[in-house]
Design a protein around this ligand. Structure first.
Ligand SMILES: [Zn+2]
Length: 478
């Protein structure tokens, strides 16, 4: 190999003394520092030249004058602007349809996208427009100067978008209004509602539902009415033509006499096969309310009669031939046929003591209630979400859904009531009231009863007296 290919510097081969080595290192350090000083000086020089060039070549610019006086605020400008140009306004109403949005509605109304966005941005500071539901009415306003005679047509180019408003809940109106060029503000306005009382007194010819609807009650209120009586009356078994329904209920109206909100049932009585079931609404100090009978027993019983809505009783309690097994045995509960997925309610307040597959019962739940009662629910399609063994449930809470798991011919709920572990017929059961009023409570009930009684007397007209059965006594409402 040729050794010249790797020439070595001559001094590297010379061994240096420690003093010479130190001197050499110091010399190298001095050179590095000198190079750095030179580089910095060059940069500084260039920067200086640049600044001088800027000062000399760029013409004078007006320097901003700082002032302690604040700029006029947007509302102040708006007021000034509004006072200069008095405006006329008009509006068009539209409603949200399925898959719609407020932005789409504004676009439909012909509002410029930039203006609509500005208005919506302001709205979002107070309200999330995604919360609006299908059917929500919105009024879109336009305005134009007062001095311009307009025939109110869309082609009028002096017209401009003035904002919009809507009523997201009965007691509130939200107004987004224009305050200047692309400036909007949002105002929440309380709507005072006045409550009015209505009284209906009718004979039932087909169903309680139809009688109540005929009496002017909203569908939701009728559902409440039926729930109220469902503790004491079995609508599938007990109703008879000629039964009588009396209901005092409220509705709430806005300042324009428009119905704003359904109210409450204040009093309800159902005369079923000559027996009168009457309940009065009583507000409690904690803000809740219950309905009580004349003796001060709450209408809510410990257990509901039917823990599923819209079901048909398909098998009774007692001995029967089993539809699948073929032999006769005791049917320890009631079967309610209902479409798969129909919600099943907890019949009463209690604690879940069993939840899971249980042989022929399929998916199964058992709840322990007060006074030694238990209820069981079988053949469920599934359980309500996050429901576990040991959980506390409220009366009427959805615990699962109708299905046909286990040994079942079709979707139905098998429902059992046990008293001290022994199955009893839910239909023959006299379940105690959920609560009973004591002295002070009873006194409050009497006061409420007399107020309700005089209200009914004031409302009862000759018309509905004709329709009703002969009154049993002068204070029939009591
Ligand atoms: Zn059954």
């Amino acid at each position: 190999m040729d050794t010249r290919q790797t020439p070595q510097p001559a001094q590297a081969q010379v061994a240096l003394s420690p003093q010479e080595e130190a001197a050499l290192l110091a010399q190298q350090a001095r050179r590095r520092r000198a190079r750095l000083r030179f580089t910095l000086a060059v940069f500084a020089g260039l920067a200086m030249m640049g600044w001088l060039a800027g000062q000399l070549l760029v013409p004078d610019m007006p320097t901003p004058v700082l002032s302690a006086k604040p700029a006029p605020s947007a509302p102040a400008l708006a007021t000034r602007w509004a006072s200069l140009v008095p405006m006329q306004r008009s509006y068009e109403s539209d409603s949200l349809v399925a898959g719609d949005s407020l932005a789409a509605l504004l676009a439909r109304a012909g509002i410029d996208g930039v203006e609509a966005d500005a208005a919506l941005d302001v709205l979002r500071t107070q309200f999330d427009p995604r919360k609006l539901k299908v059917g929500q009415k919105v009024r879109v306003f336009s305005e134009w100067p007062n001095n311009i005679a307009t025939d109110n047509t869309a082609e009028n180019d002096t017209k401009r978008f003035a904002g919009f408003d809507f009523i997201p809940e009965p007691r509130q109106r939200l107004i987004v209004r224009r305050t200047g060029h692309l400036d909007f503000d949002v105002v929440k306005q309380d709507r005072p509602l006045s409550e009015r009382f209505f009284f209906t007194d009718t004979l039932i010819s087909s169903s309680v539902y139809e009688a109540a609807r005929g009496g002017g009650m909203s569908p939701n209120l009728v559902v409440e009415l039926i729930r109220l009586f469902s503790f004491s009356i079995d609508f599938q078994r007990d109703m008879r033509e000629g039964d009588q329904l009396e209901v005092l209920f409220t509705r709430r109206f806005d300042e324009n006499n428009q119905l704003a909100e359904e109210g409450d049932i204040i009093f309800a009585a159902l005369t079923n096969r000559g027996k009168r079931y009457a309940y009065w609404r009583l507000a409690h100090d904690d803000g809740t309310h219950s309905y009580y009978d004349d003796a001060g027993r709450s209408v809510q019983r410990l257990l509901m009669k039917t823990p599923v809505d819209g079901a048909r009783l398909s098998s009774r309690f007692g001995m029967r031939r089993h539809p699948i097994l073929g032999y006769t045995r005791l049917h320890r509960g009631l079967d309610f046929a209902a479409p798969r997925g129909t919600p099943i309610y907890a019949a009463g307040d209690g604690q879940i003591v069993a939840l899971g597959r249980n042989g022929d019962f399929g998916k199964y739940i058992r709840i322990r209630h007060r006074n030694g009662y238990e209820t069981a629910y079988a053949h469920m399609n599934g359980y309500a979400r996050r429901l576990k063994k040991g959980a506390r449930v409220k009366q009427g809470q959805v615990i699962g859904y109708v299905g046909s798991t286990g040994l079942a011919t079709g979707p139905h709920l098998h429902y059992e009531v046990l008293r001290h572990k022994k199955p009893v017929n839910p239909r023959d059961l006299e379940v105690p009231a959920q609560r009973s009023l004591a002295d002070a409570g009873l006194e409050k009930l009497r006061t409420a009863q007399s107020a309700i009684g005089s209200r009914i007397n004031a409302l009862a007209t000759d018309d509905n007296r004709l329709l009703s059965l002969p009154r049993r006594s002068a204070n029939a409402a009591r």
